[in-house]
Design a protein around this ligand. Sequence first.
Ligand code: NAD
Ligand code: UD1
Length: 313
Amino acid sequence: MKKETVLVTGGAGFIGGHLVEKLLQKYHIVVLDNLSTGTMMNLPESPHLDFVFGDVSQEEDVAQVFATYTFTYIFHLAAVASVAASIENPVETHRINMNGTIYLLHAAQQQAAHIQKFVFASSAAVYGSEPTLPKKESSIIAPITPYGIDKWASESYVITYSQLFGLKSSAARFFNVYGPRQNPTSPYSGVLSILTDCFQRVKAGDETANFTLYGDGSQVRDFVYVGDVVNALILLAESEESTSEVYNIASDQRHTLLEVIGMYETITGEKLPLTYQTARAGDIQKSYADIEKIKKLGFVVEDSLETGLRKYY
Ligand code: NAD
Ligand code: UD1
């Protein structure tokens, strides 16, 4: 029997690669990616995977993909995923993160009768630093960066296309995602990728390995393992009830950065050399989510921070 076809934009990235791996168990996958931050090494070899090198912010690239395939599900993850990059280059970020979303929605709408769900990767960045916690989907939206503004605008388009044009869609606000293949090389990489890299260097006897802790370590985050994010995305795609809705994707746990470091020291059996520096400008002191809404769809968090870190390490 012919498998149904699924589009994953940004499929060669950190989260996209994990999503593709899982979807391949059931579907034929088309990845649209320009390899700007992604790599073919994140993608498995499979006769059920077609890689299309293309740019979501080029309307003709998007149109070409939709002229070639008919999709059952679409996961839109392609984006400039770095907040720092969005501050350095707001115009270029907007072109990719906003225009890319509209081109995809516009093309997908022509296939709306066939598409079961268009799932968009949004971010906790839409909440900005407004202090009310935990963040619910109904909490105040107050993005403080070009990245957060474009995620919020894209979400609004995604839900509006669902309501106006019948293209069934959902948006997912990821909190701090971590796991294998997250790139640790930029100072703005996710803190757990930087910590993992540091612990591995300590283990290998590298005496220069040192972790810079910005602030006093009391900042709180909701770290969600990439495998749980993949499960949540597939659940949103396959659920009828999630149509036209926005969901937090997080772990139901919160930890201070010092707790995380302590937990990682226990897991690795290594002591991490630390240097303290003043907190980063604009750093959010506490960020964590209420995930009751997605739990009502049947979402279960499989990995605690401890089990997730053990797998990652
Ligand atoms: P990533 O940088 O590893 O993946 C992004 C992918 O998109 C890469 O493969 C890249 O090559 C591709 N891409 C970028 N611009 C493109 C373009 N113009 N056309 C086609 N492909 C393009 O980042 P990630 O961490 O895997 O993030 C995936 C998605 O999740 C992004 O939308 C990001 O904003 C969102 N998100 C991530 C986190 C997190 O903690 N990692 C948190 C919130 C939201
Ligand atoms: C995350 C997202 C960002 C989003 C923001 C708000 C990532 C990589 N970033 O930022 O896109 O806008 O949530 O929702 O997922 N830290 C150190 N040392 C380091 C690196 C980081 O002490 O070497 C600290 C940071 O100052 C911060 C904490 O660790 O307090 C977490 O940092 P990071 O992983 O970059 O994520 P957020 O700042 O939460």
